[in-house]
Design a protein. Structure first.
Length: 306
């Protein structure tokens, strides 16, 4: 259906006689969020694939005169990213464009861009929102799991074993667990956690935990130890991701380059305009093509909803 027919208040005989402004897209917007949590890549192929190999184990003690022991890197897990296409459009008649005294058509073009931005945020956030339940990882389990299989034997966890809202104790447990994380051959990873990620509902708790120089849960003059870790960078960065849907689940993450959370741009958002000769109607459509996901869980840690 065309805009002129959809909005008689603006174009037809029933047009409201004293419209001062069409309230639609004038509001300020938050900046893009998802790109702070993913490794942003560009793809020139129909798919992208990653494969993982292990490193080596520890060195062996070799007595004088004896031979060196040789080790082999082992194949681990593979991941394929299939780029999905997203599109949306609208149509406007020539008569509606000529009579567009309120700039509705121009504002709808802006709104198409906002629809594209919303699509990116919701799709990216689904990686975290489904991270406890959807077993879609290359290792066969969810992104946040207590039992990631290690190729060299055993399992490793990147999920707190019980649900809890953030407090000093749960954050200490999560950071300590990340510090003890080992790779497929049992070596300590020592990936520095750099920021916590919270849903909007936990913003104020996050600010109290990480925003001050003193410990927030005591009246004593005690330092905020998250800012003074031994052998690790200060842990005092935090972010609210408005598209996290669980009001109680929260996360800890290393620098994006130290994670395997990936976003591949195959085609950035662009628009195409065309005119239907017979009806003199203008069609505007927007497209974008990308894939998002993870091919490894190192560098991220999840605390499930309470």
């Amino acid at each position: 259906m065309f805009i002129r027919t959809l909005y008689p208040d603006l174009y037809l005989e029933s047009m409201l006689p004293a419209i001062d402004e069409v309230v639609q897209t004038k509001y300020s917007r938050f900046p893009e969020e998802f790109s702070s949590f993913f490794r942003m890549e560009t793809s020139s192929r129909s798919i992208e694939q990653t494969t993982e190999i292990t490193g080596f184990g520890q060195m062996s003690l070799v007595p004088e005169g004896e031979d060196t022991r040789y080790d082999e890197a082992l194949p681990a897990f593979n991941k394929t990213y299939n780029h999905a296409q997203y599109s949306l459009g609208f149509k406007v008649t020539r008569v509606a464009m000529d009579d567009d005294k309120f700039g509705v058509v121009r504002k709808l073009s802006t709104e198409l861009g906002r629809s594209a931005a919303e699509t990116k945020e919701v799709t990216a956030a689904a990686v975290f929102n489904q991270g406890f339940t959807l077993s879609n990882g290359p290792d066969g389990v969810a992104l946040f799991s207590t039992a990631h299989p290690l190729v060299g034997g055993g399992t490793q966890s990147n999920k707190l074993s019980y649900p809890t809202d953030p407090d000093v104790t749960s954050m200490q447990l999560a950071l300590s667990a990340m510090r003890k994380t080992v790779d497929h051959r049992g070596k300590l990873q020592r990936i520095p956690p750099r920021k916590a990620i919270f849903p909007p509902d936990l913003e104020w708790i996050a600010a109290e935990l990480l925003g001050g120089v003193d410990r927030p849960d005591t009246a004593n003059n005690t330092i905020n130890a998250f800012r003074r870790r031994s052998g690790m960078p200060s842990f005092d960065s935090w972010a609210v991701w408005d598209y996290l849907t669980d009001p109680h689940a929260w996360f800890i993450q290393a620098d994006t380059e130290d994670t395997e959370l990936r976003w591949y741009w195959r085609e950035r958002f662009n628009t195409v305009h065309d005119i239907d000769f017979d009806s003199r109607s203008t069609k505007t459509a927007g497209w974008q093509r990308f894939s998002v996901g993870f091919n490894g869980w190192y560098g991220v840690y999840g605390i499930p909803s309470s």
